[in-house]
Design a protein around this ligand. Sequence first.
Ligand code: OKS
Ligand code: MG
Ligand code: ZN
Length: 343
Amino acid sequence: MKTVFSPLHARRTVKTELDGGLLIEPHEKPSRAETILARVRNQALGEVLEPEEFGLEPIKRVHTADYVSFLETCWDEWVAAGKPGEAIPAVWAGRGMRHRLPKDIDGRLGYYSFAAETSITEGTWDAARASANVALTAQKLVAGGERAVFALCRPPGHHAHADLFGGYCFFNNAAITAQAFRDQGYQRVAILDVDFHHGNGTQAIFYNRSDVLTISLHGDPDLVFPHFLGFEDEIGEGDGEGYNLNLVYPPNTPYSTWSQGLETACRQIEAFRPTALVVALGVDTFEEDPISFFKLTSGDYLTLGKRIEQLGLPTVFTMEGGYDVEAIGVNAVNVMQGFEGKE
Ligand code: OKS
Ligand code: MG
Ligand code: ZN
C-alpha cells in the first residue's frame, strides 16, 4: 500500500496544550507522524510519496472561506495584538449570547473554535494545509485506480467543523477527501471513524446530506471529549436522516465488544452501497493510550484492517489520533497490513 506523507507536518510544533489546568507538552506532537513513517519504511509497506498541492478550493468545499482565511492570518493577528504566548481561545458565545464575529483576536479565536486545548503558532497553517494535501493526494491515487492508500495526515482532522477548530484539528481531512470523491462523480461515499473520539466535525459537515454516510465508534461523550456531540440519538437531519450513526462505548471496552459495533457499521455501509470509503483512523483505542479508555491490543489492529478490506471498496485511510507514541507506528501500520492480508 502506498503512503502519502509531508515533512511539513513538523511545522506544527506548539509548546502548549491546556490540560488539567496546566499548559503541558501537547499529546499531538511531531514524533507521532515520524514514528508511523518509520514503521511504514521498516515494514516496507510500500512507496512513500510527498503530496501534490491542491490549493484551497477542495478545502473550501467543506470549510467556509472566512474560517480558512482566519486560520491563515490568526497567528499574525495574535502577534500584531502584542500577545506574548501561543494563541489559545478562552472565550465563547455561551447560551443567550450572540454568535457574531468580533474584530478582536480573542473574540475571533473563540468564534472559530469549540475548545481550548488546541494552541496555534506560526507553522500551524502550513502544517494543516500540508495535511489536507496529503489526504487529497491519497484520494487522487485511489481515484486513479489504487485499491487503498494511507494518508499519513498530521495534524488530524475529524473534530474540525466547517468553521470550527478544536481537538487538535483544523481542516477535516476525512471530510475533504469524501467531498473530493463526490466532486469526481462518486455517487455515495461512506466515512467510517474508528478513532477513540467522536468525529463531531465530520458528522456536522454531512449531517443533512444523504450522499455521505457518516459512522463513528467512540467513547461515551457523556464521559469524554468532545462532550457535546456524538450520542446515539443523533441520526442525521432532513435529507440526512438515517445517514449518521454513532456507536458509543463505556470505559474498558475490549475489541470483542467494540468489534460488534464495527460489524453493525460494516452492515450499514454495505446497505448504503458506497462507491468509495474513507476511514478516519485513530489508534487511540489502544489499551495503553494515555488519554483514552478502550482496551484494543496491537494484534486487534490487524483484524480491524482485514474487516475493512472485506468491504471491497476503494479506500483512503486518513490518520487521526493515537498518543502512545511507542506503539503508534505498529498499531497504525497493522491496520494497513491487516488490510493487505497479514494475520
Ligand atoms: C482535553 C482532551 C482533549 C482531547 C482531544 C481529542 C483528540 C483526539 N484535555 N481526537 O480524535 O484524539
Ligand atoms: Mg470515532
Ligand atoms: Zn482521538
